[in-house]
Design a protein around this ligand. Structure first.
Ligand code: PLP
Length: 428
């Protein structure tokens, strides 16, 4: 039997760091990444035959569990018609109608191939629409790896200690203003100085790339107010939160409506899909309606649309998100109880179907500085012990966890049993 360690060694021969996305490398964890062979429901199965209860869910899309039979069937039904045509297809209209129905702030929507493309295109549109160059983002928010947005970013870049990347031209980064998350006064001060030069504010309405940090009351409302006042475009990056925090995303949950929304992950049901959309007046500036250029050879791919539509249709069932939220609450309260019993300082934060664990004595974590002040070494030991217990958490202290409707009470119980042992190791 070939092991994950052997496969990783082979992968490193021709793939940079052995992976096609940095966080997968388990860097800093002092163990090779686990190579997965297949997945079903709440479980991942590695190449050595070991089963894990999975809280990564392919980084978000698998909200009904892996290999959902309805999603697979929808893809299979389309497969024999061909993989891609590069022409309009009726299924793209079905997808657009569905998105606009679920998220009413979206009146026009364009499909792309990833979350990165969605945010990059939304930024270009905001700049083209306003005729302004500057953008405002928040420290520790991650919006994909396009140049303008890879400035003091979170996620993989943060884990690897490179808050902004070499290769991003300084002249471009100059146009990106990065402020502290959840600090509306900083936003107001910034806009008082340069508000009429700012094309847009882009924000994760619940931050999920510096662990899980919900907005403090008034923060999102404040962003809306400031954008209205200065004629800037408010962009919610709901690549992670869309269809997860609530069916209609964080904007439905918090009742604050952006001008543009970026989507990814769940919208593609596990296929490479992203989307951006919003007010008709703004979206009408996108080509071919308007002058702001944006395109994609495989955008709106029929198999990807079929997967996404099948998944979105499924999670529209009444109470789907209530049940997901209550699973998250059971998990989080169980983890807190066990940490407390083992005398380990740990808190949890969550929003709908996403959650985070912070090894800290603080009662809450609201921003990047507080997130990075948490005990990362404790996280690493906990992660590794959980992996040994058959629980697959995100391999970084700066990533959120994702629940799925396939996680049964027994899976959550098994996770808590594993956590009890992991916390005991930590408290030694
Ligand atoms: N925006 C957010 C909030 C994300 O979490 C991510 C990826 O994790 C992205 C954008 C980039 O999406 P992708 O990895 O599909 O390019």
């Amino acid at each position: 039997m070939i092991t994950s360690a052997q496969l990783f060694e082979q992968a490193c021969r021709h793939i940079p760091g052995g992976v096609n996305s940095p966080v997968r490398a388990f860097k800093g964890l002092e163990r090779p990444p686990v190579f997965i062979e297949r997945a079903q429901g709440a479980y991942l199965f590695d190449v050595e035959g070991k089963r894990y209860v999975d809280y990564v869910g392919s980084w978000g899309p698998m909200i009904t569990g892996h290999a959902d039979p309805d999603v697979l069937r929808a893809v299979r039904e389309r497969l024999d018609n061909g993989l891609s045509f590069g022409t309009p297809t009726a299924i793209e209209t079905t997808m657009a109608d569905l998105i606009c129905e679920i998220i009413p702030s979206i009146e026009l929507v364009r499909m792309v191939n990833s979350g990165t493309e969605a945010t990059m295109s939304a930024i270009r549109l905001a700049r083209g629409y306003t005729g302004r160059d500057k953008i405002v983002k928040f420290e520790g928010n991650y919006h994909g790896h396009s140049d303008s947005l890879l400035v003091k970013a979170g996620s993989g870049a943060l884990t690897h200690g490179e808050p902004s990347s070499p290769g991003v031209p300084a002249a471009l980064a100059e146009h990106t203003v990065t402020l502290a998350y959840n600090d509306i006064e900083a936003v107001e001060e910034c806009f008082a100085q340069i508000g009429d030069e700012v094309a847009c504010i882009i924000v994760e309405p619940v931050a999920g790339n510096m662990n899980c940090i919900p907005p403090v009351p008034g923060f999102l409302e404040g962003l809306r107010r400031v954008c209205n006042e200065y004629g800037s475009v408010l962009i919610f990056d709901e690549v992670m939160t869309g269809f997860r925090v609530a069916l209609g995303g964080a904007q439905a949950h918090f009742g604050v409506h952006p001008d543009l929304t970026c989507l990814g992950k769940i919208v593609g049901g596990g296929m490479p899909v992203g989307a951006f959309g919003g007010k008709r007046e703004i979206m009408s500036h996108i080509s071919p309606l308007g002058p702001v250029y944006q395109a994609g050879t495989l955008a709106g791919n029929p198999l990807a649309m079929a997967a996404g539509i099948a998944l979105l249709s499924k999670i529209r069932e009444p109470h789907f998100h209530d049940a997901l939220t209550s699973r998250v609450e059971t998990l989080c309260s169980g983890l807190r109880e066990r940490a407390e019993a083992a005398d380990v300082d740990m808190i949890t934060q969550s929003a709908g179907g996403m959650f985070g664990l912070f090894f800290t004595a603080q009662s809450r974590v609201d921003n990047f500085a507080q997130a990075t002040a948490c005990d990362a070494a404790a996280f690493r030991r906990f992660f590794s012990a959980m992996l040994d217990q058959g629980v697959y958490l995100a391999p970084s202290a700066y990533e959120a966890g994702f629940m799925s409707s396939a996680h049964a009470p027994e899976d959550i119980q098994a996770t808590l049993d594993g956590a009890e042992k992991a916390f005991a190791i930590l408290s030694r």
